[in-house]
Design a protein around this ligand. Sequence first.
Ligand SMILES: Cc1cc2nc3c(=O)[nH]c(=O)nc-3n(C[C@H](O)[C@H](O)[C@H](O)COP(=O)(O)O)c2cc1C
Length: 484
Amino acid sequence: MAAEYDGLRSFLAECEKHGEVTVIKDADWNLEVGAITESVSELIDEPPALMFDEIKGYPKGYRVLSIPTASRVRMALALGLPPETPRMELVRHAASRIKNVPPIPPREVETGPIMQNVMRDNECDVFKFPVLKSHRLDGGRYIGTGDSLINRDPETGYVNMGTYRMQAHEGNLLGLWMSPGQQGRIIAERYWKEGKPCPVVATFGGDPLVFFLSYTKFPFGMSELDRVGGMLGRPLDVIKGPITGLPIPAHAEIAIEGELMPPSVETRKEGPFGEWPGYYTQGATGMDDEQPVIRIKAIYHRDNPILLNMAPQWPGAPHHSVRFEGGILWEQLEAAGVPGIMGTYVHHPMMIVVAIKQMYAGHAKQAGMAVLAAGTGARNGRFVVVVDEDIDPSNMDEVVWAMTTRVDPKDDIQIVENCWASPLDPRMPPDVSANGPHVNSRAIFYAVRPWAWKDQFPKVNRISKDEMAAVVKKYSGVLPFPKR
Ligand SMILES: Cc1cc2nc3c(=O)[nH]c(=O)nc-3n(C[C@H](O)[C@H](O)[C@H](O)COP(=O)(O)O)c2cc1C
């Protein structure tokens, strides 16, 4: 990181040094930024971060940042690790640091870059920023994709942070979609039951760590902002919001203060919005119906603000992020007492791979079932694949090879019914999605050499990873090997 901490900008300065940022000019906020982002994610291996500037209809400097941590190098930099850290190590380190670093509470400061520009009351206009419409059938423009919403529990004083989509209905009115059971929503409901609006702060761009921890699920009462400090190794500077008293990260790019209105007082039709499974899923939680709104009281932003775009992309796009949730799962499996875990990777919330070094009969089944029980694997899943230690769980080609050569479907696929699921599951029948119960079934693929005769399993005719590394080293000046 740069010597002087400056949130997202410190991170971007480091990325630029490694040639990891491409500036794109003249793109249109209406579908084109989304289309470029998605094409790059699908087609370019280890893609650069995309900094959109001079966006149609907007002044130079009002920027949008897409896929900030979609390469291994940038993910390492965001986590404060050396850029050469291998992918699986990165996943593992991220999780163990999130879990193990001692939390450091934020430090209140008088002011900071976020206060460079202030809009109050009637001046508030989120369309001052190039708010995107990402997909053709989206019901509007969404400012909150890469956001962090902060609110305070009125009963305990605990300050929560979470990421939830936010539609820009009007210059000073945002729609908010929070899934039932989300902690941010539980807090809001405590205000609403007293007939009161819930004070909120939301940021739309800032340090990648703030964003990572914003969407990571922690137990209620465990502060995400304290964990950001722990990961940074220093307290996060925050400004006491003049209206809400809530903490506003001082180096954020764009922030608002406002009130999340009780639904009995005000709601708006929200969505539809192309969601993470890759569909416009509708149903129980009213994906395109009335949802709560935030009445904005103030907007703050830095000079030349950078709006973070994290609009969901088609989940098959292989390069849109390095997923570190797998590392959290790794920790959870070990905490549950599953030995011999060699790696875990969440390719998509609906496809989780765990590699084990088989140690005894039943070990693979223990690992597969433990994934379904662990916090990270319990919700939203579909397929769990257990592989041997020679398979890199983050490499889908290797995983498919294991599935197609080590699974006998009759014996090695286990179906588990009535598992915890989200109404966003596109395969959930409409009446179940609308009325619950929100459960689905899972398949566990035991793509491992069968324990009983694993030593007789045919030998592999592939060169070893060390041999391949030696070839790359020797011939990288002659052949265009990708830098991984
Ligand atoms: C890009 C992105 C967008 C998200 N959008 C939503 C959303 O619209 N609604 C929601 O309930 N959760 C959403 N999530 C998941 C939550 O951020 C996540 O479950 C978080 O842990 C919630 O925090 P909380 O438990 O403190 O409420 C999103 C996650 C990411 C990474």
